[in-house]
Design a protein around this ligand. Structure first.
Ligand code: SF4
Length: 484
């Protein structure tokens, strides 16, 4: 766990890596369209505004036409954005003021802009920044929430939060930061359910780490709380070439859940490569280059990325990959995860190797603490992972141990056997789990199996929760325990 003291530079570096596409979400072509769209966006989503403005701007392309608008006609065009009577009144007033005082143009002077009908400080800042490139930091509901959760401000009003942010960040970064914080609030730091476990700022965030009460929800978050919210054969040899030395700065992860874990630990900036199956969090696909699949990664591509560490997992990646990396002189670290306790060990191993001991220990000890106590004897459970032919995850796999740890009785032969219809019938499962990956099981498969096993409970379940170790083990345990 890291210091709760705010670290603005590090926060912005990570936001930059996480949201390279951060920009103004309101469609506009000029300052006039932007000021109108921003007025409409009050108490309304940007997506809804973007659906409304094409027809609006076709009918009222400039200040002159807006100044002469008939109220009822304008109201009908903007009705879906909410508060349409007041917004229509402001828009007509805006058009008239622009014609009367500014020759029909939107002024770039903050005071003149702020004096226009319907334009408060927030709207003025949005227009100044996005239409005229003037450094400004408009604090909306997302920025207000995220800034306070990150400990960047303790203020109780948007104006004061804005002042704190302007003081903490260099003026030249304000425009970019404004968009990044909004993107972060929308995509990760949700008002009710912040995705702390997948957040690239977790180790910098006193709220996500549970050091302070969430200033928005008024409760202390934990990674296991509902708010905070792959399998196959052949392997890299365990205990093989585990490099030592400096903390790695260019990491290639060949394990999807490890890639997600590194982001959760705030190490996204150190990821130099990933496999094409490393797709969580989603933005990683835009920022970290792919190096092929988990079984057959492109070794030339990996070499070109000049990594100082490649992370593998025994079941995920074939032994030949580790051998080839050794031949290329590239350091690698192979994890071996077949049980939930292996996850505890691997978290500590990774934390030590990556110089992230505190955040790793915090996660490892929290997971370890959930493994104590008596296990109930739950239903005989078959976890299928493929169809045509049927394949299951056996009792000696990570999924099997997750089921056992969560109080269910895993069924079937060990490892990942193929099974005939007769094999399935002979196992007589009481519960059949159909994860949504690696095979995309769906309700049709569920109905098919339910017909064959009328006495069993057949459920389609979140494949990532069931099979992604380390980054989602806690979610997996919650899922499994819900069936006891
Ligand atoms: S760790 Fe959680 S509360 Fe903190 S910024 Fe990330 S999502 Fe928000």
């Amino acid at each position: 766990m890291r210091s709760s003291k705010p670290q603005p530079r590090e926060i912005q570096a990570r936001l930059r890596a996480a949201y390279p596409d951060a920009r103004c979400a309101l469609d506009h072509r000029d300052p006039f369209q932007l000021v109108v769209a921003t007025i409409l966006s009050a108490q309304c989503t940007d997506a809804r505004v973007n659906l409304t403005t094409p027809a609006l701007f076709a009918r009222y392309p400039n200040a002159a036409s807006l100044a002469a608008a008939r109220t009822e006609e304008l109201e009908a065009l903007i009705k879906s954005t909410g508060f349409f009577r007041n917004k229509a009144k402001n828009l007509i007033g805006l058009g008239q003021a622009l014609m009367a005082k500014h020759g029909g143009r939107v002024p770039s002077d903050p005071a003149e802009l702020g004096a226009l009908p319907g334009v408060g400080q927030k709207t003025a800042n949005v227009v100044l920044a996005n239409a005229f490139g003037v450094p400004a930091l408009a604090v909306d509901t997302h920025i207000f929430r995220v800034a306070r959760r990150l400990g960047l401000s303790k203020a109780a009003t948007p104006e004061k939060v804005e002042a704190d942010l302007c003081q903490a960040f260099p003026r030249e970064d304000w425009i970019e930061l404004h968009h990044q914080l909004i993107f972060h609030g929308r995509r990760t730091c949700d008002a009710r359910r912040p995705a702390c476990a997948a957040c690239p700022l977790l180790d910098l965030c006193p709220t996500g780490l549970g050091q302070i009460k969430d200033p928005h929800l008024g409760v202390r978050l934990t990674l296991a709380s509902p708010q905070a919210s792959v399998l196959s054969p052949q392997a890299a040899a365990p205990g093989a070439q585990v490099p030592t030395g400096d903390t790695p700065k260019r990491i290639v992860s060949l394990v999807p859940s490890v890639t997600e874990l590194l982001v959760q630990w705030g190490l996204a900036a150190r990821l130099a490569g990933r496999t094409r199956y490393c797709i969580e969090p989603k933005w990683i696909r835009n920022t970290v280059p792919a190096v092929g699949g988990t079984k057959n990664p492109d070794l030339d591509r990996i070499r070109d990325l000049a990594p100082d560490l490649v992370i593998l997992e025994r079941d995920e990646n074939p032994k030949e990959v580790a051998d080839a990396l050794t031949a290329l002189g590239i350091p690698w670290l192979a994890l071996e995860i077949r049980t939930v306790k292996d996850c505890v060990r691997a978290l500590r191993q990774l934390g030590e190797r990556l110089g992230a001991v505190e955040v790793a220990e915090s996660r490892a000890s929290a997971l370890e603490a959930t493994l104590t106590g008596r296990r109930r004897k739950g239903p005989r459970t078959l976890a299928l992972i493929w169809k045509d032919p049927w394949m299951s995850a056996g009792p000696d796999t990570y999924v099997g141990d997750l089921l056992r740890t969560g109080g269910l009785a895993p069924l079937g032969p060990d490892r990942y056997p193929t099974l005939t219809d007769d094999d399935l019938a002979a196992l007589s499962p009481e519960l059949i789990l159909l994860p949504t990956e690696p095979y995309r099981f769906n309700r049709r498969h569920q109905a098919e199996l339910q017909r064959r096993f009328p006495d069993a409970e057949v459920r389609v379940v979140d494949g990532q929760a069931l099979t992604w170790y380390l980054s989602r083990t806690e979610l997996g345990l919650d899922l499994v325990r819900s069936f006891r």
